[in-house]
Design a protein around this ligand. Sequence first.
Ligand code: 9Z3
Length: 313
Amino acid sequence: MAALCWEEFYRENPEPKHISFVKSQITEFCEKYRREQIPVVLVTSGGTTVPLEHNTVRYIDNFSAGTRGAASTEYFLTHGYAVIFLHRSKSLEPFTRHFPSSSLLEVLHIAHDHHGKDCIAVASDKVKDLLPVLQAYQTTRSSGKLLILSFTTLSEYLHMLRVAAEALQPLGRKALLYLAAAVSDFYVPHENMAVHKIHSSEGPLNLQLQLVPKLLQPLVRFWVPDAFVTSFKLETDEGILLEKAYQALQKYGHKLVIANQLHNRKQKVVLVSQEKQVPIVMTEEEMRQGKEIEEKIVLELTSLHTKFLHEIA
Ligand code: 9Z3
């Protein structure tokens, strides 16, 4: 069966309950930076779930730890961008990602203040790791340049994406979209979903998943026609990766597809545009030093965006 058109998808899959609050937060954020002439980037991050039941016990998920989006957000902030970070609930977030919960207690130790009372301090060998993160975090907190929003399901994500894109429209060319979330191509339509937990006593489960309409089409054409839109293409078969990236460019007419493979996504990506392919590769040495590929991706992207801003519209 063919995919629904995007309007039907939005009609048939209800908005998340908090959508009007989300809308007012994003609109206010975009309006502030539009007035201040500061570029705004929408970073999407993490995988979307496709629930099998309304009272969800089981769901299908797309793989993504959220490293790409969370790390890139930190680099966009250092380049002066205001960032809307739309991420899968409980996936990695900027700044806190450096301290996974398992190592959080390792950073602290019990000390004594001058009255001999117990207090908590940062272990001295951890200060050099913690300090730059804490500085960047506090700078961001006081600037107010980071808006963090979360989704869980595919439908929540797609509703929030539309609201965010429409709010970015008044920024024109100053809006950058960096769509790194891993978005399902398949879903169970709202009206076909079981209400309660599906039981094994009913026998083997036959699932038919419908195709998700390609939302990049209306996004590029109607919601943010002037913005610099970048999407990611993920494949596991290297042989088809670039071909798929070009197909996406062709189909949606946006500026850039960042092509990556699952197994080496932290070492190599290719920036694919109509004009050229720019590979970004990490050396062994850079990896050993703990450098991140997102630093290079964001550097390249902000420079492409700056050039785009200076072109005659
Ligand atoms: C990506 O390709 C991201 O780079 C990763 C990042 C999900 C691989 P991590 O979060 O991984 O750092 O662990 N995202 C886009 C994936 C996607 O679903 N793309 C669609 C496709 O490939 C197009 S929108 O068809």
